[in-house]
Design a protein. Sequence first.
Length: 157
Amino acid sequence: MNFKKIIQLILCISLPMLIGGASGFATASSLSDWYLTINKPSFNPPNWVFGPVWTVLYLLMGISLFLILKSENAPRKRTAILVFLFQLTLNFWWSIIFFSLESPAWALLEIVLLWCSILLMIFVFRKINHTAAYLQIPYLVWVNFAAILNAAIWYLN
């Protein structure tokens, strides 16, 4: 891999990491107050689990984006990039809605949109690069779990 491709890979990985970091930074204070006081289901993971999981998922997102960008003459490349950016935007806003706005109900609606956008991203990516699509399956599974957790928190509160 040449230097230009390495820089492109680093930038592709940095984008979701920075968005995730910004979202986490914006919502960090809610983790130490509001979130501690609400009822959570028995299957709620400990808080320390979320950081490593999201780091891996953002890494996989970045690698997938890189695989899409380096695909030669892919007719759906522009669509794939737009879908990627759309789901990343939804990803950013879920934390803000859930933690900063303290709204599990609105966050539940938003996470359903996020889940649909991830599924769409997988389908669009698969038409360009199968590996890029398959790297998003853990993300879809985790957001599925997060949606169930979000629904349970909404129900319990």
